[in-house]
Design a protein around this ligand. Structure first.
Ligand code: SAH
Length: 510
């Protein structure tokens, strides 16, 4: 049977994005984001999750804009129905769980009414994750066996004044969301409904995010304590005997970089490994690529080099980055060649990334210096035989001339060929610039001298924050630009750089 004519059937998935840490989305939720044609999201959704949507997917923000404008719920419902009817696979991403104070129910009702197929993917709600990450379980055998959850705007004068505060006060554990503005009213209601002022209470702000903060006090004093601490939304209030367990269970997040913000300036296609390692250690990672890699102005010199390789004219090829390896592979391919063209030509590689990229081509480097710097490669490079020999240096346009000189000093004839160009990535996003200048980014990382110069050029003023470099060359560039370098990686690798970040942040490796 032929499928019915007409547009492909669209659908909507109401997906819980979790409380803030992008790692707390479900596997199912992420799978749907990865296949979405459109992602409709609001303010509390982790921005990192949007990066998982396919490149061409529409990203539609329907939360409060900076001017406070907000789309009405009817408009959002109509948008979802319209997109699905146009055949789109729509992911409606909502903070926490979509069916807890997220107006997910209203959207699901609208979809059901319109006959649009939809599914609901539950999420980790802040009502549970907020207390949990502050070391507060909602129940505990012998301490608490019931929980009630309410919204703060249900307090008198709020948007919905219909909350049964008595029921909330009688539950062993009370959790209140959307609570910061109305904290005094909410606490007043709980006390009026009979909850003792001595009840342990906590307010947890930015739960599961790098800036997570927790304030504890007896219920009678929590309003003042939160005010003094400058607690801001989003935050949850939790009240009940379980809050005492925090004394034993709090502080479990001992990851080396939890609470530390780190700027990653590597180009985007190379940043993921560094960012992933830093996030794994608990850091908040801010990606602001300072440079981008571009092909050489003319492909001809590299292609000529590829032909010379095939003709056996080089004794050595020296590569200093994965970009150089990719450029070499591309030049060989363009000449109808592959790795076999190298024959007995030997290959030297700086850095594990370079060696790894080479092994991707089936080439094992003959020489990988122990210290991953250009100088180190120069030092361990073998002496040329009496008959001499040519060495191809396939590197960036602004490559360090020290390597060329070192190779020549060892009796070889070096031949520098531009394999790729390093360009500035251009303007820094305004939000990143603001945070860097104000000192709201703890550590700035640089994986090359080029990124140091390009980043400072784009910033145009002095950054605050500790500077950490992958090796001595990048560190020298930073010092020359007047920066104080807090740490240089001992091993010039991603792992080494991450370890140096831990050190600069004054943390201990676990
Ligand atoms: N559906 C969401 C709640 C949406 S209402 C969920 O299940 O979590 C928005 C409220 O959620 C905020 O006012 C705040 O009370 C709470 N909230 C969301 N993210 C939070 C976070 N990271 N830390 C603390 N509270 C959070």
């Amino acid at each position: 049977m032929k499928p019915p004519a007409g547009p492909p059937a669209g659908w909507v998935a109401l997906v819980g994005a979790g409380p803030g840490d992008p790692g707390l989305v479900t596997v199912r939720g992420l799978a749907l984001v990865r296949m979405a044609d459109a992602v409709v999201h609001d303010r509390l959704v982790p921005p990192e999750l949007l990066d998982f949507a396919p490149e061409g997917a529409q990203r539609i923000f329907v939360g409060k804009s900076p001017g406070g404008e907000m789309r009405s719920q009817d408009e959002i419902n109509a948008l979802l129905v319209g997109l699905a009817r146009a055949g789109r696979r729509v992911v409606r991403l909502k903070g926490g769980d979509p069916f807890l104070f997220g107006r997910g129910a209203e959207e699901a009702e609208a979809l059901a009414r319109a006959g649009v197929p939809f599914e609901v993917v539950p999420g980790v709600t802040s009502a549970v994750a907020g207390p949990a990450t502050a070391g507060i379980p909602l129940t505990r055998r012998g301490v608490a066996s019931s929980v009630a959850i309410a919204a703060g705007h249900g307090a008198p004068g709020g948007a919905t004044g219909r909350t049964d505060w008595g029921a909330l006060a009688r539950a062993d554990t009370a959790v209140v969301l959307m609570v910061v503005k109305r904290l005094a009213d909410v606490v007043g209601e709980l006390l009026a409904a009979g909850r003792s002022p001595g009840t342990p209470a906590a307010v947890v702000q930015d739960a599961t995010l790098p800036g997570q903060r927790t304030v504890t006090a007896p219920l009678g004093g929590i309003v003042e304590a939160a005010r003094r601490a400058g607690i801001r939304p989003p935050a949850v209030l939790v009240a009940g005997e379980v809050v005492r367990l925090r004394d034993v269970l709090g502080g479990w997040d001992t990851r080396s970089l939890s609470g530390v913000s780190v700027l990653v300036t590597r180009p985007r296609d190379q940043a993921p490994d560094l960012s992933a390692v830093l996030r794994e250690l608990g850091a908040e990672v801010i990606e602001a690529p300072a440079i981008r890699i571009a092909p050489p102005r003319s492909p001809e010199p590299m292609r000529r080099a590829a032909r010379a390789i095939a003709a056996g004219r080089y004794s050595w090829i020296a590569l200093t980055s994965a970009n150089g390896v990719h450029a070499l592979a591309e030049a060989l391919r363009a000449e109808g060649l592959d790795a076999r063209a190298l024959g007995s030509t030997r290959v030297a590689a700086i850095g594990e990334g370079t060696a790894r990229a080479l092994s991707g081509l089936g080439i094992r480097a003959d020489l990988v210096p122990e210290a991953f710097t250009t100088q180190a490669l120069g030092k361990v490079f073998p002496r040329a035989p009496a008959s001499g020999g040519r060495v191809l240096l396939a590197r960036a346009d602004k490559a360090d001339p020290a390597l060329t000189a070192a190779v020549r000093a060892r009796g070889w004839t070096p031949e520098d060929v531009v394999a790729y160009r390093i360009l500035s990535a251009g303007r820094l996003p305004a939000a990143v610039r603001r945070r860097v200048v104000r000192g709201e980014v703890d550590v700035l990382t640089f994986a090359s001298a080029g990124t140091v110069r390009a980043f400072l050029g784009a910033l145009g003023e002095r950054p605050a924050g500790k500077v950490v470099c992958i090796g001595p060359v990048a560190a020298r560039a930073a010092r020359e630009a007047g920066l104080r370098v807090a740490a240089v990686a001992r091993e010039h690798t991603i792992a080494g750089l991450a370890a140096a970040v831990v050190k600069a942040a004054g943390r201990r490796a676990r």
